[in-house]
Design a protein around this ligand. Structure first.
Ligand code: SF4
Length: 512
């Protein structure tokens, strides 16, 4: 391949002003246009004036390749900085973290790096995008009810998102987004962006849900609901739990009720109990019957047994059929995580009396707990990259969108694989846990700054109208820094790639 030497266009050179005899540089990396004095940084602390040169303060983060291991996460390991000569042995990937930006959008991306993969000339276009259209989708593994769907989520008193549709075993929040960042008061925008910055950078955030709970979330950590750390994600709904453990229940009890805010299961009435020829126990629970042995709405949602508001399981038992129930009947009431469980035996009047739980019943309850996965909070960043930052990649932005939809381009965020939503635009979604620490930044417009990289075959880059004049081999990028720093090396930090992340170059069906 032949990569042309970059020749910065004078139109891209940084402007400077002089006020009261003090020279300043004007940062044009976002619309705020800070005028920065020598030795100082701008409003976002991301750019500074050092020796009269506008400089990205944070080092650009580069990955060195580590072999995939058994699948175990190795995390990001700081490696020694590179002294400029010679090149590291391991392949290197330039991430968008700390790279700088294409704003005001006509500029080519700060790094357009050529490389080879399996004999194919490749290129990676690297930038930091400034996103006002972006949000975080937060999955909180708990069956506890956090608040009504659509309820406002507040941070420091400001509305920063809402409760979204619950998923299996998890409550979902949608946080941030353009309407909170730019569509409300100045304070709402500032608090929203600060909350998003913390979440993206894997820090902890406390959120208050209107009409519900207070929850503390941090990517990859157990959520804390109303001050109590969640430990177990439910094994399944009440019906599923009845089905999964039916064989084990059958040998040690006569009836089981698995209490669940979604579907409460009653074993002997449930299909699983019938298939095992269990004797009907005549127990009737409250709520709306869905199908035999499966009941909706046995109680109100809450933080008690199985995500309901009950503390005493007997409150959901409506009646016993005297023709079916028998004295001495052994009943287990248990929640979907096994955290709540109580054992009863019917007395001569067929009234359930609490009894110490026999060890063989206890073992099944423990088995339910054993099958629960640890509760985690998962934080996904969703950003719209379909706008102006495409101009940093190509002179004809729609070509980039089409190439991504045709699987010719691998999109990563800080080297982490990004899911690109179908349909129009380039809406990416990425798990922040797979990105380097402190990948996100902000600018006071307000907006979120996030890294993004586009990797493709060099021929495809040429075809989509790429900025070929600015393609440079890795060695030159390492020696001379971002093109707009031409001649002034960019500060850099090497880290080992996360072993569970695919190496960003060469991914995708058409990328070799
Ligand atoms: S706030 Fe904007 S203009 Fe000011 S230093 Fe940061 S990126 Fe540059």
């Amino acid at each position: 391949m032949s990569a042309e030497r970059s020749v910065p266009d004078p139109a891209h050179e940084v402007a400077s002003v002089e006020r009261a005899g003090t020279p300043k540089v004007i940062c044009d990396a976002c619309p705020v246009l800070c005028q920065i004095s020598e030795g100082r940084t701008g409003a976002c602390d991301r750019w500074g004036n050092f020796n009269g040169v506008l400089t990205r303060v944070d080092p650009v983060v580069l990955f060195t390749k580590v072999a995939a291991t058994t699948g175990e996460l190795t995390g990001f390991v700081e490696s020694e900085g590179w002294d400029g000569n010679p090149l590291p042995d391991a392949p290197v990937f330039v991430t968008g973290v700390g790279s700088g930006t294409t704003y005001p959008d006509y500029k080519p991306a700060p790094f357009i790096v050529s490389s080879q993969h399996a004999g194919v000339d490749m290129v990676t276009v690297v930038t930091e995008g400034i996103f006002s259209y972006c949000s975080f989708k937060v999955k909180i593994d708990t069956d506890r009810w956090l608040g009504p769907e659509q309820a406002h989520v507040r941070c420091h008193g400001e509305v920063v998102g809402h409760v979204s549709t619950a998923e299996y075993g998890s409550q979902m929040l949608s946080l941030g987004g353009v309407h909170h960042i730019t569509g409300g008061s100045k304070k709402e925008g500032r608090v929203t962006v600060e909350m998003m910055l913390a979440l993206g950078n894997k820090q902890s955030v406390e959120l208050a849900i209107e009409g519900g709970s207070t929850v503390r979330v941090q990517a990859g950590r157990a959520p804390v609901v109303d001050g109590v750390e969640e430990r177990r994600m439910r094994v399944g709904c009440g019906s599923a739990t009845v089905g999964i453990f039916a064989q084990q229940f059958k040998d040690v009890v006569d009836e089981v009720v698995v209490v669940d805010d979604h579907i409460t299961g009653v074993l002997t009435e449930h299909q699983a109990g019938r298939c095992l020829d269990m004797r009907p126990a005549g127990l009737k629970v409250r709520g709306r019957k869905s199908t035999p042995g499966r009941y909706f709405q046995v109680a109100n949602p809450g933080t008690g047994w199985g995500g309901t508001d009950i503390a005493d399981p007997m409150t959901i038992v409506e009646s016993w059929d005297p023709d079916l129930a028998w004295p001495g009947l052994r009943l287990l009431m248990v929640s979907t995580t096994g955290e709540h469980a109580q054992y009863f035996v019917l007395d001569a009047q067929r009234v359930p009396q609490p009894q110490p739980m026999p060890s063989d019943v206890q073992r099944v309850v423990e088995r339910i707990g054993e099958n629960c996965e640890p509760s985690l909070a998962t934080v996904l960043f969703v950003g719209g990259a379909g706008g102006s930052l495409r101009a940093g990649v190509t002179e004809n932005p729609v070509q980039l969108t089409r190439a991504i939809k045709s699987a010719l381009v691998n999109v990563t965020c800080g080297g982490a694989p990004a899911y690109v939503w179908p349909g129009g635009g380039i809406t990416v979604m990425v798990d922040v846990s797979r990105m380097p620490d402190m990948s996100f930044g902000t600018v006071p417009t307000p907006a979120i700054v996030a890294p993004i990289e586009f990797t493709m075959a060099l021929d495809n880059y040429r075809d989509l109208g790429g900025h070929m004049r600015f393609v440079r081999p890795l060695s030159e990028v390492l020696a001379r820094g971002a093109w707009h720093h031409d001649g002034a090396p960019t500060a850099r930090r090497f880290i080992a790639s996360q072993a569970s992340n695919p190496w960003p170059i060469g991914q995708g069906p058409l990328l070799g």
